[in-house]
Design a protein around this ligand. Structure first.
Ligand code: ZN
Ligand code: ZN
Length: 408
């Protein structure tokens, strides 16, 4: 099975967000979510994982375990990620009452409020039953989230980790993204987000009491996965760290049944993990291109009835829509992108469908104006290619007449 795609929460529909939250609430009601809180409390108490090389692989497995638990009832569900570089505003979509819910100590609205629903009971030594989060309003703690510049600062390091393999390791990706090397004298990156959240997320051990924990860690994992794409085989230490659980062939701390060796989780596409992120240009699957999805040259999209095919032709690079209800098949729409340079068709996050050349320059894109961020491209069973926004409104359609003065 092709890897499933973890997507930006910003680009999920309200219904998709409700599906995710419902699955979480069911897991909580069954008592199974509390394993995550207790396991993270144990990791904190044993002073392993945090501050050390295994920080990234250990949390990769942790998030993946929750994903597998949720997939028991919804096999294609994936953990959304929260790109906090775009989300300083407490009114942003992640805090809607139908998703993670708003801030507050305690949180009193939404699906994770203690009153009046009593569905989400926090556990652990330092907390009452009600979830709390301050969202940047804790005195003495960061009032802003990490920025795209902070992410670029982390990505600039080409070495994963180095001696002394702890929070003081300098000029390395792991310590930078974990947040031990602040560019501005405040807690940075991963650590900063926990501090900005406040409340339960600021509780080192029991932070997973807040379900935002997993959206945050999926984003950290995404940034690592993208860094890994540029720095393959970069994990260190490979035997230099005297501590158990940190070297590439060590089983990690806390996970005992089964043991998990770091090397086995360095590729997210490995069978036990089997996911990629929407920012890694996943090939489209099924009749819809979600934001980030691509057709590489030679790949196709089929409508739900398998009568229509959208293909970025391997032969000539043209993006063509074929009708198979007639014999021989008939081309009913084309973007005229015939060129030896044509490389990919991508559903951009800004809401445009585009054909790109080998250097990612845009050869063709639609709509030409009025695009809506987060839109998706649908190959319909009536043989049209639609670009629709998250509310299902058609923003552009392949049968739409071209504006006066424009080409097809
Ligand atoms: Zn942790
Ligand atoms: Zn964390």
């Amino acid at each position: 099975m092709a890897p499933l795609v973890r997507r930006n929460q910003e680009f999920l529909t309200t219904a998709e967000k409700q599906t995710y939250v419902t699955a979480l609430l069911e897991l909580k009601a069954a008592g199974d979510y509390d394993w995550y809180i207790n396991t993270h409390i144990q990791a904190a108490a044993e002073q392993v994982v945090h501050g050390f090389p295994s920080f990234l692989p250990w949390h990769r497995v942790f998030v993946s375990y929750l994903e597998r638990d949720l997939q028991q009832t919804r096999p294609t569900l994936t953990i959304p990620y929260w790109d906090w570089t775009r989300a300083d505003d407490p009114k942003t979509s992640v805090w809607s009452e139908t998703f993670m819910g708003p801030g507050g100590i305690p949180v009193t609205k939404g699906l994770f409020a203690w009153e009046p629903t009593h569905r989400w009971r926090c556990i652990g030594p330092n907390t009452g039953p009600a979830l709390g989060r301050s969202l940047g309003n804790t005195p003495g703690q960061p009032s802003t989230l990490p920025t795209a510049e902070h992410v670029a600062y982390c990505n600039a390091w080409n070495i994963y980790d180095r001696s002394p393999w702890d929070p003081t390791a300098t000029s390395v990706f792991r310590a930078a993204i974990e947040g031990w090397i602040p560019p501005d004298r405040l807690p940075a990156m991963h650590n900063r987000v926990h501090r900005w959240m406040g409340g339960n997320m600021a509780d080192f051990g029991a932070a997973p009491n807040d379900p935002v924990f997993f959206l945050h860690h999926a984003n950290i994992d995404r940034l690592w996965a993208q860094w890994q794409d540029k720095h393959p085989n970069a994990y260190q230490p490979t035997g230099e760290d005297p501590r158990e659980g940190e070297n590439i062939d060590d089983p990690m701390a806390v996970y005992t049944n089964p043991q998990v060796v770091i090397r086995s989780v360095l590729d997210t596409k490995a069978a036990d993990l089997n996911y990629v992120y929407d920012t890694q240009r996943p090939s489209a699957q099924g009749p819809v291109m979600y934001p980030g999805d691509v057709l590489h040259r030679g790949e196709s999209l089929w409508d739900p009835t398998h009568k229509f095919e959208l293909t970025l032709q391997g032969t000539d690079g043209n993006l063509v829509l074929y009708d198979y209800t007639v014999t021989p098949r008939r081309a009913i729409w084309t973007a005229w992108t015939v060129s030896p340079e044509t490389a990919t068709c991508i559903m951009n996050f800004d809401g445009t469908l585009a054909v790109l050349d080998r250097s990612d320059a845009t050869l063709w894109s639609r709509p030409r104006q009025g695009q809506v961020r987060g839109s998706r491209a649908y190959l319909t069973s009536s043989g049209t290619l639609d670009i629709r926004d998250l509310d299902g409104r058609v923003v552009w359609n392949s049968e739409q007449p071209a504006p006066v003065g424009a080409d097809a």
